[in-house]
Design a protein around this ligand. Sequence first.
Ligand code: AMP
Length: 282
Amino acid sequence: MVIFNNQKELKAHLKPLLDSNKTIGFVPTMGALHNGHLSLLKKSLQQNEITVTSIFVNPTQFNNPEDLEKYPRTLEEDLKKIENLNSKVIVYTPTVEDIYGKNVTSESFDYDGLEHQMEGKQRPGHFDGVGTIVKSLFEIVDPTKSYFGEKDYQQVLIVKKMVEKHKLPVQIVVCPILREKNGLAMSSRNERLSKEEREKASFIYKTLLQAKELFKVKDFSEVYHFVSQAFRSQKFLELEYFIIADSKTLLEITKKYKSKKYRAFVAVNVGKVRLIDTISLN
Ligand code: AMP
């Protein structure tokens, strides 16, 4: 495994590979790797000659300083997991300065309104931070394909929009959500939960599955009512939002059209840990 912590050396290493037209798959992460991340790496290894992954907790996408400070950082274990999966993966673990220099700020992005929904509303500036880091990393790595998880569905649409608007020569590959046995979506933030909280948090996916069944036969307003009532009975789980939205525009549903695809999105606080999940409804 080759590890780089500065972009100059990484670029120098990648240059001859790019010059000889090798396909490069890229998996950006914030570390504390779990099987969800590894599934993205596996896909990239299958589809490309070279795979690069980055591990970088990007400060500009955190609107909550405590969330940034407490974000799990487990670099040694992450490197072992990557090495066990495939020792040919190229790892980029930059410092904040290597990415931002002295100016740790975001660029402003226009994602045609996608940024005003859900996570954009709840976490001001989050998607400017995401756009800034993803664009920088794409410029450094110059990948053929880059892999993103459907768990962060809004992020996937945002990244696709950014790629389209900036005409970046990269194909975005979307990968399915990996879950714990109890249904809880795998997430680095799960590391901050106690065993009991992890068990309790399985309620999130169970409720999404029930919402999906209900959505088939009932009006959407009844699904909203059902979900908000269901979370009221959960004293460890505080529902921040439950939203049914158009899968393309992310605009919240106002009327159900047969021709449209919908998804449910949820954000839940378990103590001080904020979890998100999503499911397609039709
Ligand atoms: P993160 O380290 O949280 O920024 O995630 C890095 C990438 O892994 C993102 O594209 C995520 O959507 C993806 N990812 C996170 N959790 C999962 C999961 N449970 N299943 C599949 N992909 C995931």
